[in-house]
Design a binder for this molecule. Structure first.
Ligand code: BG6
Length: 513
């Protein structure tokens, strides 16, 4: 099935990218941090390289580091060269891009910093017509999210005035449980309206995640079988071979349920399970996604054990190299209660999915990095062939590989050539790399551009985030209160044995990746 893309039939989500955003100033809080260096600045440079940013653009970075504009530019040049995936920077483009970078040392709790920012924005506006639009990007520790929003409001920087916009982009985690998320939303919402608020979930910026919608809704053959009558179950896996790297301090307060399940996996799940939206616009898509999440029962503490398993890795081997156990990672408490692995069984209680379980799993220090959605179909209702002929076959399986090795494959049964009927599984495989011959854009490129364009389709709406927390809130409280069975899987294994038991109770198995 590998082949070139067909421009006649392609449902081109990227077509909107041909629109160039209006001139704007992007203000990055946390400009010396990891996210800015690794993701935001490389994405912005890449957009500049593709001429997708307007020339009248400025980027103002704020952080505690005592830099001036030139030092910031040099730091960002190194960041883009290191993390941007380019062999060399284009000297002309970089020079033009760097001229647009400005810096303000600031303590985010200090009101004076926001007066300084306002002054800088006014100066930029006076010197470059059209720079009244502001996109505030909060790439900081979550404790600063409400603080920054409130200060921006007090400094008069938050309102959409005349023809200019003010938008705020908030990184995850959006709260750490239901009540803290609600408080955060109220505090940010008192300053920035929902229309101005862009909650980033970078999984939605991934091409392969967006392709889920295209696969489902631009093809006629999948939708008729995309339901409880034909689908036996769905497995969603987000496996990482990495540990917590240099983020032990954050991760230890978070754990896998908050870090991956409540946001990335729930977003993917809602795209897999949602009804067809009438249009591909923000409201239609969000309305359908939130309906799916509302159909998932909340997990109470008393049922936690039946539907969820957690794990924490001990020392082991990844790619043949020894790695330490979670509790020995930098920034992690020696008696940490944080889970680095979660497996869950959820149901979507509506007409489409009643009785079709969704199994979710995610973990750090698993044998390999692999994110995928597997739709396991029911067996053929009747096999007219001799039992010996079909012994080794398995039901149809559609796998959407989100990363790496992006693509889609469909497993089906075929006759082995020969005089008798012998049946074996084969698969049709579509690979992004060989079909489109160009690498997918980084998720942050797409999301930054959409935020500048005012398109919130690929961001998380508040009711989705809130519903995600409602589903896991009882489980979180239970897990926070009860000590974890520490170090119950070896780094380099597929998680604790409890995860296998969870799915085997239903007579099923996790896919071997
Ligand atoms: C982040 C999590 O949101 O997603 C990290 O905080 C995780 O812990 C990362 O490693 C995974 O993202 P990706 O794009 O590499 O799958």
């Amino acid at each position: 099935m590998t082949g070139q893309s067909d421009p006649q039939t392609a449902f081109d989500l990227g077509a909107r990218l041909s629109r160039t955003p209006a001139p704007a100033t992007i203000v990055i809080f946390g400009a010396s941090g990891d996210l800015t260096r690794r993701k935001l600045m490389p994405a912005l440079y890449s957009l500049a390289l593709q001429q997708l940013l307007p020339p009248e653009m400025a980027i103002v970075g704020l952080s505690q580091s005592e830099w001036d504009d030139d030092q910031f530019r040099e730091q960002m040049r190194v960041a883009v060269a290191t993390h941007g995936g380019h062999d060399t920077l284009d000297a002309d483009i970089w020079r033009a891009f760097a001229r647009r970078l400005f810096y303000l040392p600031a303590s985010f709790e200090d009101p004076d910093a926001y007066d300084g920012l306002r002054g800088r924005l006014e100066h930029l506006r006076r010197n470059d017509a059209g720079l009244g639009n502001r996109l505030f990007y909060l790439a900081t520790s979550p404790t600063y999210f409400p603080v920054i929003a409130e200060h921006l409001g007090a400094a008069g920087l938050s309102s959409d005035e005349d023809d200019t916009f003010a938008r705020i982009v908030i990184e995850k985690p959006f709260g750490r449980d239901l009540s803290s998320a609600r408080i955060l939303n109220e505090r940010v919402g008192a300053v920035f309206g929902e229309r101005q608020t862009y909650r980033i979930d970078h999984y939605l910026g991934k091409e392969t995640v967006q392709n889920l919608l295209v696969l489902r809704f631009a093809n006629a053959i999948f939708e008729p079988v995309w339901n409880r009558r034909y689908v036996d179950h769905v497995q969603i896996t987000v496996a990482e071979d990495l540990g917590v790297e240099n983020r032990g301090g954050y991760y230890d307060q978070s754990g896998a349920l908050r870090d991956i399940v409540q946001n990335h996996i729930f977003q993917v799940l809602s795209l897999v399970a949602m009804e067809p939206p009438a249009r591909f616009d923000s409201r239609s898509v969000h309305d359908e996604k939130v309906k799916v999440l509302r159909a998932i029962p909340e997990i109470s503490a008393e049922h936690a054990h039946d539907v969820a398993v957690r794990g924490q890795y001990r020392a082991g081997y990844i790619g043949g190299q020894p790695v330490v156990g979670y509790r020995s990672e930098r920034g992690v408490a020696p008696d940490s209660n944080a889970e680095t692995f979660v497996a869950m069984r959820l149901t979507v209680d509506n007409w489409r999915w009643a009785g079709t379980p969704f199994y979710l799993r995610t973990g750090k220090r698993l044998p390999r990095r692999a994110t995928e959605v597997a739709i396991q179909f029911k067996p053929a209702p009747h096999m007219p062939f001799a039992p010996t002929a079909v012994e080794t076959t398995a039901p149809n399986l559609l796998v959407l590989r989100i990363q790496p090795d992006e693509g889609t494959s469909l497993r089906f049964s075929a006759k082995v050539p020969g005089p008798q009927v012998d049946i074996r599984n084969v698969s049709m495989d579509f690979q992004y790399g060989s079909s489109f011959l160009k690498p997918s854009a980084e998720a942050y490129e797409r999301l930054l551009l959409d935020a500048l364009l005012g398109d919130s389709t690929l961001f998380a709406r508040w009711d989705e985030v809130e519903r995600g927390w409602e589903i896991v809130d009882g489980l979180l409280a239970h897990w926070d209160a009860v000590p974890i069975a520490a170090l119950n899987y070896a780094a380099g294994s597929w998680g604790p044995t409890g995860a296998d038991a969870l799915i085997r109770r239903d007579g099923r198995e996790w896919r071997r990746l």
